[in-house]
Write a protein of this length. Structure first.
Length: 126
């Protein structure tokens, strides 16, 4: 099971990606993943829009009781988490948020760019 969207690097791309994730969660009856998966896809798409500035593809796939979210773009530059960022510095926390929310995340280089992916799983009760 998968859903895919081709997006342009423009205002509204992250909203379209969130709509795709929301649709996937509704279709596959994963309501608890809507919030975390939307946050992850927003950060990945915004990074692609700001840094790659190429058209991008968003792919959402069901993985067991979770989701795999992938954002592919045409830039060969691999994402690098910035580490600790001062609270007064705008931006720079996207990948830190992805790290905090996703069960796993990573980047796969390709001949025509890269794919940044994240696995979003249900939270286990404490």
């Amino acid at each position: 099971m998968r859903l895919r969207a081709e997006l342009e690097p423009a205002v509204g791309a992250a909203r379209q990606a969130r709509e795709l994730v929301t649709e996937a969660c509704a279709r596959w009856e994963l309501p608890d993943l809507v919030g975390p998966a939307c946050t992850v896809v927003t950060e990945l798409v915004n990074n692609a829009v700001v840094h790659a500035r190429t058209s991008l593809q968003v792919l959402v796939q069901r993985r067991g009781d979770g989701l795999a979210v992938e954002v592919s773009d045409g830039s060969p530059l691999l994402p690098q988490p910035r580490g600790t960022t001062a609270s007064t510095t705008p931006g720079g926390r996207g990948l830190l948020m992805v790290q905090a929310i996703a069960a796993q995340w990573g980047c796969t280089p390709a001949t025509d760019g890269k794919t940044v992916w994240a696995l979003v799983s249900p939270m286990l009760p404490a």
